[in-house]
Write a protein that binds this ligand. Sequence first.
Ligand SMILES: NC(=O)C1=CN([C@@H]2O[C@H](COP(=O)(O)OP(=O)(O)OC[C@H]3O[C@@H](n4cnc5c(N)ncnc54)[C@H](O)[C@@H]3O)[C@@H](O)[C@H]2O)C=CC1
Ligand SMILES: O=C(O)CCC(=O)C(=O)O
Length: 485
Amino acid sequence: MFEPQTFLNYIGGEWKAASSNMVEASMNPANRHETVGYIQKSTLDDLEEAVVAARAAKMGWRKLSGPARGEFLYKAANQVEQRLDEIAEMMTREMGKTLPEAKGETARGVAILRYYAGEGMRSIGDVIPSTDSTALMFTSRAPLGVVGVITPWNFPVAIPIWKMAPALIYGNTVVFKPAQETAVTAALIMECFQAAGLPAGVINMVTGDGGLIGQAMADHPDIQGITFTGSNAVGKKVGQSALARGAKYQLEMGGKNPVIVARDADLDLAVDATISGGLKSTGQKCTATSRVIVHSEIYEAFKTKLLDKVQNIRLGSGLEAATWMGPLASENQYRTVLSYITKGVEEGGTLLCGGGKGQRQDLEAGYFVEPTVFENISSSMTIAQEEIFGPVLALMKVDSLEEAIEIANDVKFGLSASIFTRDISSMLTFLQDIDAGMVRINAESAGVELQAPFGGVKQSSSGSREQGQAAIDFYTDIKTVFVKA
Ligand SMILES: NC(=O)C1=CN([C@@H]2O[C@H](COP(=O)(O)OP(=O)(O)OC[C@H]3O[C@@H](n4cnc5c(N)ncnc54)[C@H](O)[C@@H]3O)[C@@H](O)[C@H]2O)C=CC1
Ligand SMILES: O=C(O)CCC(=O)C(=O)O
């Protein structure tokens, strides 16, 4: 029998209850009658305490050497690795993705921590020839100070870690506000940082309402940088608030990612990648495939193969070994996805499979939506334009690669895009003409490697990149140094 615990805020090296004395229940989306844990409903006073703690720790942390900061991250990685099964199980219980997906994500968190621990030993600048031959000119990097980290619920371990690890290694202290939907999993990650022995105040977590705590972070004069992943609407507000007070900001927001299946594609590969890219994590990835743009000559063959596999997907609790696809992460998400499906039908799309809640009795208590495939979708329809963030694929038929790319680019987002083709010239045309930050050839649209830059164009991102060495550009400022003896 699962026993829910209460989790506190982590401020200045101590676990603290919110000053409101109020908690919220975090629920299991596969069974809304099960409480996963209780988390703090914090107030602005709690946030203030966390910012004061992070500010006080700032100078001591930045004065440590990069390798010394790296040692703390190696220790945190070991802690997460030791608790991998427990953290992954909590993640599955709290947001619904299947246990293998949750284990994979937690292992990715370990790898990200180790990658950035190593960054503590790598170059942070360049020597640049000066016009004065007796002078030394070089660049160095300075941390921003206190960084505010605002994260969503869809990757409750990987996203917080890929923001906090680079923030820390480059010498910043952190105030972290996880999504309330997955704050229990976030608390387990904080326990790992605590066990790694980071000095008090270097990393702090405050849970609570996004509109209150998140917005106050974006507005806070003692937070010098804000990194955000989430919806477009909130991201824009966060960016505007940070800009208004001259703080640095980084926004990772939505996607409406296309996969193009060209006339010469390996259809089995394209089908598997469409299913994996579109439906893993129940479609709740900013990199998820949502538009499948297929050449008319192979359209019917592709559709038959796709439907054959999608109809056999097993829906259920992510904790059950037989489950391929879990529930949506929350009631909000469930209602949103069902309303997009209704809109798709109303606007004239043809529902080929799915579209409902799933008929089995064991699905009744959860936020399950069947894997859904539409056809007869045109680019102007709502479900071809807006991010659904659920297990919904829209098939679109085209007669040429040029038409496919035109449709692929006809959205406000530009995060990731993939093509299936064996033809090098089609690959090169796609590579050059597609509007996307992540361009994938013969591979699914989702799937990110931690050592490579991650981010999009148009309204998907604010221009900066996360992960890999690209992270240094957000988490530090460049100092250009000129030395004359
Ligand atoms: N790019 C991505 O990976 C994600 C995209 N989304 C998109 O957003 C939609 C809505 O999901 P939500 O969870 O409601 O996203 P959201 O943007 O409201 O939440 C993301 C984070 O921002 C915080 N937040 C909320 N309001 C805020 C404010 N005014 N100021 C600062 N922080 C605030 C939340 O507490 C959470 O930590 C999804 O259906 C999906 O389309 C959601 C999660 C992740
Ligand atoms: O595709 C991935 O693994 C990363 C997706 C992601 O960053 C997101 O959904 O926010």
